[in-house]
Design a binder for this molecule. Structure first.
Ligand SMILES: [Zn+2]
Ligand SMILES: [Zn+2]
Length: 425
């Protein structure tokens, strides 16, 4: 038994914001009561004193790259989930662009099996097309049987509208969401950052915002045709957000996520340092403002990290040649507090929703703090001052533009299936 005492429980599902104790037994929550009022016998229980801390449902990250199988020098399921737990995440959804691509049930089973000993829960996402090549549809039903929670060709979009329609129809019959890396590759081709004044000044090839929004528009029309569930990954452009807002107003089944780096940094922050290279690239100031408005007003459903580790040998090269992507787990909550809550733009409850019930809903799941629910909790501070030192990261990679950044507030403890899997000093 584990008794989490004296914390401020924030539970978006029940709109609870109160001083409460939470009793966990094995992998389930057994009782939630006002502070000091647990009725069960708690003698012998381990006590976690959460005085001054927020107790939230376990955070879910919808978009991560764990690099296993095939790129274990950059990350493994073991190291990636440890970094996730240190960032407050109790469950992560891993993208299928591994080597080989996760497009069949034997790889699903491999991931599920490896994840049994992992620090956080791992919910795999299968490829939409064979090898994510955009030609033939992958064996989605068999992968679902083995444990996938969604499909995506992340790293790239589902190549053609015809195939996207087919994948949507198929996933609709299986009850799975289709997660899209929205990019018109013909418009984006050759670009390494957002097209604009900064790309011109740096002399780097740019990709326009429309490379993203054109693909979002395509997919929104296709869900109107198929009735499928579309989730737009790492949405970065105002025009894309407007497509999502329009589709939601028509009651189409669309959801979207935004990354911490897109609500924190903009194209003007880009230097020749490859830690500022990601896809979609850092957007304009106007886009960033629109994303924050969307996070506040409910158009955005989830904050997801797109944690994309690359070992130094790959990433520490010229900007043009470096792969896209940065680490995300350990700085996500700190950045969200800094940019969204401490600035007064979002309430703490809304922030918690974006990390918990929001992503759960995208997957058709529930997340709440109530008896009978899984014993997954994220406990965090909104005041503790700390500095991110990427050299101390549990990840195998070091590609973070936030190394050395000072934060106010961050994870205090992460509890998965009733066990404390990470605890800050
Ligand atoms: Zn992507
Ligand atoms: Zn990704």
């Amino acid at each position: 038994m584990l008794l989490v005492k004296n914390g401020r429980v924030l539970d978006p599902a029940s709109k609870t914001d109160a001083a409460m104790d939470v009793l966990l037994d094995g992998d389930a929550i057994t009782e939630v009561a006002a502070a000091g009022k647990i009725s069960r016998d708690t003698r012998g229980a381990e006590i976690f004193d959460a005085t001054g801390l927020i107790v939230a449902p376990g955070f879910i990250d919808l978009h991560v790259h764990l690099r296993e199988p095939g790129q274990e020098s950059s990350e493994t399921i073991e190291t990636g989930t440890r970094a996730a737990a240190n960032g407050g995440f109790t469950a992560v959804c891993c993208m299928p662009n591994t080597k080989p691509v996760h497009d069949n049930a034997s790889i699903t089973r491999f991931i599920v099996d490896k994840a049994k000993n992992a620090a956080a829960r791992v919910w795999p996402i299968g490829a939409a097309s064979v090898g994510s090549k955009g030609e033939a549809i992958a064996e989605i039903a068999a992968m679902k049987e083995a444990g996938i929670v969604a499909v995506s060709d992340d790293g790239k979009p589902i190549a053609t509208a015809k195939l996207a329609r087919q994948v949507m129809e198929y996933c609709n019959s299986l009850g799975l969401p289709v997660i899209e890396h929205s990019e018109d590759v013909s418009l984006a081709a050759g670009g390494v950052m957002r097209e604009g004044i900064t790309s011109t000044r740096l002399g780097l090839p740019g990709m326009p915002a429309e490379a993203e929004s054109v693909c979002v528009a395509r997919d929104v029309q296709l869900i109107e045709l198929t009735g499928a569930r579309l989730h737009v990954a790492h949405l970065s452009a105002k025009a894309s957000l407007e497509q999502v807002r329009w589709a939601k107003s028509r009651r189409l089944r669309v959801t979207c996520e935004v990354t911490p780096h897109h609500f924190t940094l903009i194209d003007e922050d880009v230097t020749y340092d490859s830690r500022f290279k990601m896809n979609p690239p850092l957007a304009s100031r106007e886009d960033r403002e629109a994303l924050i408005a969307g996070l506040a007003d409910g158009t955005v459903d989830a904050i997801a990290t797109d944690h994309a580790p690359h070992e130094p040998a790959l990433k520490d090269v010229e900007f043009d040649r470096a792969p896209f992507g940065i680490l995300g787990f350990e700085t996500a909550l700190g950045l969200a507090l800094e940019q969204l809550v401490h600035t007064g733009k979002l309430s703490l409850m809304r922030l918690v929703e974006l990390f918990t019930t929001g992503p759960a809903r995208v997957l058709g799941m529930e997340r709440k703090i109530a008896a009978g629910q899984p014993a997954d909790l994220t406990i965090f501070s909104t005041t503790r001052e700390w500095t991110y030192d990427v050299k101390q990261s549990a990840s195998k990679s070091r590609n973070s533009p936030f190394d050395g950044r000072k934060f106010k507030g961050g994870p205090a403890a992460t509890i998965v299936a009733g066990k404390i899997v990470s605890r800050s000093a």
